[in-house]
Design a protein around this ligand. Sequence first.
Ligand SMILES: Cc1cc2nc3c(=O)[nH]c(=O)nc-3n(C[C@H](O)[C@H](O)[C@H](O)COP(=O)(O)OP(=O)(O)OC[C@H]3O[C@@H](n4cnc5c(N)ncnc54)[C@H](O)[C@@H]3O)c2cc1C
Length: 493
Amino acid sequence: MIIDLADEAAAPGDQVANVCVVGAGPAGISLALELARARPDWHILLVEAGGPDNASDREKDIYRVTPVGKSYSVLEISRRRKLGGTSAHWGGWSKPLDATDFESNPGWDVPAWPFGPEELAPWVPRALAWTDIEGDFFSVDPLRQRHEEKLLSLGAQSRLGEHLFRFSPPTRFGDRYRDDLAAQENLSCLLHANLYQLSRKGDRITGARVRSLDGASVHITADRFVLALGGMETTRYLLNLRGDEAADGDGIHSPHLGRYFADHYGLRPGVVLAREGLRYHRFGDDSGPVMPVLTFSASDIRQHGHHNCCMMLHARSEDDSLLASYGGSAALGFAGGGDYWHYRVQMIIEPRPNPASTLTLTEERCELGLRRMQLAWQPHPADFDSAYALFSTLGEELGRTGLGRSRLAKPDSAEVRQNVSGACHHLGTTRMAARSEDGVVDPDLKVYGTANLYVASSSVFPRYGYANPTLTIIALAARLARHLAGNGAGAAT
Ligand SMILES: Cc1cc2nc3c(=O)[nH]c(=O)nc-3n(C[C@H](O)[C@H](O)[C@H](O)COP(=O)(O)OP(=O)(O)OC[C@H]3O[C@@H](n4cnc5c(N)ncnc54)[C@H](O)[C@@H]3O)c2cc1C
């Protein structure tokens, strides 16, 4: 059932639920439907600030955040306030994290994931189904048989690895799952229902209040609450909740809350000269669109403590030809003859969790009465060292195998570092950890210091990799649904 609080005739009255999920983006919708299907004996409540249409300026103003220091140019466009959340904007790039993304980097001051990739693997097929991606494969190997000529043959000695992106159509969760939400008998979805208050007694959240901007207000009682408001807004509610708490020993005390804010960002370090027709960018396969990328090998990441970055190659015309300046492919000793193309290298950098990169509250309040935030985005200076090291490894590998040459076009400089902009992925500010000393939520996504408050969002990622986050967000949401539903219910198949 879907009830719109903006509709005066709706007047749903106060609500009682087993689980209340706040926020109907990819995380909230997949979690609420998974839970409702796993527990037909329960009532699941999904509350969403937006409606089916785009948010008004008044609604958007609730998201307003003040940037401090380095600009975060995607601040305004990186979040949507409507049914389906930011999936109304997303590009559909999808990939699970690599195995090394779960591992702690000995040079970093915080632990990575409290579990390995095997813990999330059973939930990835579920996430693929939610995002309408067919076939559960993320290895380049099966592609090599069909597209040998599009890929480099670097051999077993290579210090480079290859990984694969897949693509959702992209699924717009509001449009795609609206009918499912309406048809699910044990689920109620409230639209234009802005969460503005969580009440706490001891370590329990005892109730929540939501309201439309024009006044209709609903009190919610539930056994458990899940914040699925997106990375920034989830952090904001926890910061506000902490700010409102009485100093009675209970509550959210983690010093990590609001720290380690990260987003992926790109770098174009240079060009490569290599065989024609390479396809380290999006192309069509029988299985749908795919995109192989080049990375460090897993052993290089572990041995040298590299950040996990990836490279795409985009064919381009080049006036200042590398080939001409070397006197042609014969002079370079390239294998195989044929035409050689220039490729621009596009990189996605894995940001290192940086405690100095923060979301904090200001004194100003939005019309819901919640304190606003300021963002001090600070990519870690060491991020770039790994990016340039990866580009240089590519050059060495092309030289070693006789497959091409590389040229650095954008040397590392303060200007390059200052000008990076984000990819709209809000990571790290409610990080997950095995011990409360190291994070904000535990491995079951329950907020430390509370008995019944959970988070479903990329803000729980403790290490970020280079992969876009939504597939992992949904895998975590499906895993959380199983946890909340209890043993046996909704097990991964
Ligand atoms: C331009 C763009 C391109 C992107 N491309 C990709 C991509 O290719 N691949 C990828 O993996 N990711 C991509 N992303 C990121 C992706 O959109 C997010 O990772 C994903 O939407 C996060 O899902 P979520 O459910 O956690 O949060 P959201 O989608 O942000 O949903 C949060 C929901 O909470 C609701 N809400 C907020 N405040 C309240 C409140 N007070 N009360 C009730 N409800 C509230 C919001 O209205 C919203 O519906 C892209 C993002 C953008 C902006």
